[in-house]
Write a protein that binds this ligand. Structure first.
Ligand code: ADP
Ligand code: MG
Length: 201
């Protein structure tokens, strides 16, 4: 097992994030927490690349469908289908349109418990209910209800990997090994050295 400080996760600034000129703001949030940027690119993805990205984890369709159905039940509303896979079929179609509508910025961040902490900073899927202080809670307004009414994907500015396995598959899907850089940051020693004994002269 890797030391937790070596954990990596994938973040995508989605087309709405780029259009809202929030690339810098989003980068800053991860940077100031202590994460190290080890890969970054701008691209306009194909629908096939997006479909593959979301179906790398064979459980994703079921989980996303269940999460969507649960959010409806919680609000006392009826989802358009009771079958999680049917629900996700619609979501995935809309997602492909959304994610290919313009340039995106794809990044890999490294640092202690990167997957969990980056998810925490990202916030929950639906901006309407995501926590204040998270990227999705602070910078955008959207909801499942509004996305449904207009038959489109929820616009929530960024993607981040849901778990370590997903992160590993997603990083490999977007980057080849040569595009990721191993390097040291001065701040790494303050974050991770067992003894902070390199400060005083
Ligand atoms: P997350 O991005 O929080 O990991 P998911 O992996 O479940 O969320 O879904 C991927 C993306 O699909 C979401 O970020 C959102 O843009 C969109 N999405 C998910 N569920 C719905 C839904 N019920 N209606 C519209 N769009 C959705
Ligand atoms: Mg996800």
């Amino acid at each position: 097992m890797h030391h937790p400080k070596k954990e990596r996760t994938l973040v995508i600034v989605k087309p709405d994030g780029v259009q809202r000129t929030l690339i810098g703001e989003i980068l800053k949030r991860f940077e100031r927490t202590g994460f190290k940027l080890v890969g970054i690119k701008m691209t306009v993805p194909t629908e096939a690349h997006i479909e593959k990205h979301y179906t790398l984890n064979p459980e994703w369709s079921r989980i996303t469908g269940e999460k969507t159905i649960a959010s409806y039940v919680k609000k006392g509303e009826k989802p358009w289908s009771e079958d999680p896979l049917e629900v996700t079929k619609v979501v995935l179609n809309n997602l492909k349109k959304y994610m290919t509508s313009g340039p995106i910025v794809v990044m890999v961040w490294e640092g202690a418990h990167a997957v969990d902490v980056v998810r925490k900073i990202t916030g929950g899927t639906e901006p309407r209910t995501s926590d204040v202080g998270t990227i999705r809670g602070d910078f955008v307004l959207d909801s499942y209800t509004m996305a449904d009414t207009d038959k489109r994907a929820v616009r929530n500015l960024i993607h981040s990997s849901g778990n370590i396995k997903e992160a590993e598959m997603e990083i490999e899907h977007w980057f080849n090994k040569k595009e990721l850089v191993d390097y040291r940051l001065i701040q790494d020693s303050i974050l991770y050295d067992v003894n902070m004994d390199g400060i005083l002269e």
